[in-house]
Design a binder for this molecule. Structure first.
Ligand SMILES: Nc1ncnc2c1ncn2[C@@H]1O[C@H](COP(=O)(O)OP(=O)(O)OP(=O)(O)O)[C@@H](O)[C@H]1O
Length: 293
C-alpha cells in the first residue's frame, strides 16, 4: 500500500464540487475540515462530509474523510478491499455512529436529525440481512409503510417497482428463496419506494444479471435526470467510468482523489488511474506450484 497522504489541499468551494485548483489534471484532495464552514458544506451538496473518523479497536477504518457529492450527480466511490467505503456510507446514511466528523444530507445534519435525514435517503447496504421470511412484495410494502406513506400510494409504487425490476412473477415468493441477484433487486426496491432525494447503493450490480443491470442503470439514470442523486460503491471500474459523472478514490480510510470522472482519470482509464493511485499491483507470475506446465 503506498503512502496515502494528500498531495495538496483544494480551496474552499461552495458549489460542493472538488475540482483541480492548480491546472493539473490530478484532482483534487479535499480541504481539512477546519477550513470549510458548515454553510459551504451544506451548500449545493446532496451529501457533505467533513473530518469523518471511525475506529474499530486499533483499526482506523476511516481516517478523516472530507467529501462533497453534488446534487444531481451520479457519484462513484471506489477503493480496494477494506478501504473504508462501506464504513463511510454506513455513517453517511445514519446506520453507524462516527467517532468524529460531521455529515449533512441536503443540509440536514445526519447525526443531529437522524429521522429527518433518513427520510431523505434510500440505502442498499452490502450484506445487511433483510426480513427474508416475507415475500418480495410484502418486504417492499412494509418498507414503504414504515416511512409513513399511505397504503394506496405504497401499493401503486410496489407494483411499479416490481415491474421495473422484472420481479413481478416473484413478488409472491419468500425473499429467502430468491437468488442473490433477485435479493439485490428487491433490496433496491425497498431503498427506492419512498422516493428519496439521495440513493446510496453499496455494490448494487454484484450478482445481478446483465439485462437486469442494464435496466437498473436506466432507472438510476432517469432518477438522476429528474434531480435525484445516486452514490454507488463499486469495484467495477469500467462500469463506474461509463455510468458515473463523479468519482472518489478511497484507500486506507482516506480520499486519494475526487472530482469528475474525467478529472480523476486524467486521460487514462479509471482502472489504470486507480491502480496508479492505490498501488498494490503484483507483476509476479505467481508461485511455482501453480504453474501447470
Ligand atoms: N464491525 C467491524 N469491526 C471491526 N473492523 C471492521 C468492522 N467493519 C469494518 N471493519 C474494518 O474496517 C476497514 C474498512 O472496512 P470497510 O468494510 O468499510 O471496507 P470496504 O472499502 O467497504 O471494503 P470492501 O471493498 O472489501 O467491501 C477494514 O479493515 C475492515 O476490516
Amino acid at each position: 500500500m503506498p503512502e496515502t497522504e494528500p498531495v495538496e489541499s483544494a480551496p474552499q468551494n461552495p458549489s460542493g464540487v472538488q475540482s483541480p485548483s492548480d491546472g493539473q489534471s490530478t484532482p483534487v484532495v479535499p480541504s481539512p475540515a477546519s477550513t470549510v464552514s458548515p454553510a459551504a458544506a451544506q451548500g449545493a451538496a446532496a451529501l457533505a462530509i467533513r473530518g469523518l473518523v471511525k475506529r474499530f479497536g486499533d483499526k482506523v477504518a476511516v481516517g478523516g474523510i472530507d467529501l462533497d457529492v453534488p446534487t444531481g450527480s451520479f457519484y462513484g466511490l471506489v477503493g480496494p478491499n477494506g478501504a473504508g467505503k462501506t464504513t463511510t456510507l454506513s455513517m453517511a446514511t445514519g446506520l453507524l455512529r462516527p467517532d468524529a466528523g460531521q455529515i449533512w444530507l441536503h443540509g440536514v445534519d445526519v447525526w443531529q436529525n437522524l429521522v429527518e435525514a433518513k427520510r431523505l435517503v434510500g440505502v442498499l447496504s452490502d450484506g445487511v440481512r433483510l426480513f427474508d421470511r416475507l415475500t418480495g412484495e410484502q418486504l417492499v410494502t412494509y418498507s414503504g409503510l414504515l416511512t409513513g406513506m399511505d397504503r394506496a400510494t405504497v401499493d401503486e409504487r410496489v407494483s411499479d417497482l416490481l415491474a421495473l425490476l422484472d420481479l413481478e412473477s416473484a413478488g409472491g415468493t419468500l425473499v429467502v428463496d430468491y437468488s442473490a441477484g433477485m435479493t439485490k433487486k428487491i433490496a433496491l426496491a425497498c431503498a427506492m419506494v419512498h422516493a428519496p432525494k439521495v440513493l446510496v447503493l453499496d455494490e448494487p450490480f454484484e450478482s445481478v444479471d446483465p439485462v437486469s443491470a442494464a435496466n437498473i442503470r436506466d432507472i438510476l439514470k432517469s432518477y438522476v435526470g429528474s434531480g435525484g442523486t445516486v452514490i454507488v460503491s463499486s469495484h467495477a471500474m469500467d462500469l463506474v467510468q461509463r455510468m458515473c459523472d463523479h468519482v472518489a478514490v478511497i484507500a486506507a480510510g482516506r480520499v486519494l482523489a475526487a472530482g469528475t470522472v474525467d478529472e480523476v482519470r486524467g486521460g487514462s482509464t479509471l482502472e489504470d488511474r486507480f491502480v496508479e493511485l492505490v498501488g498494490g499491483r503484483h507483476h509476479a507470475e505467481g508461485p511455482e506450484w501453480l504453474r501447470i506446465s
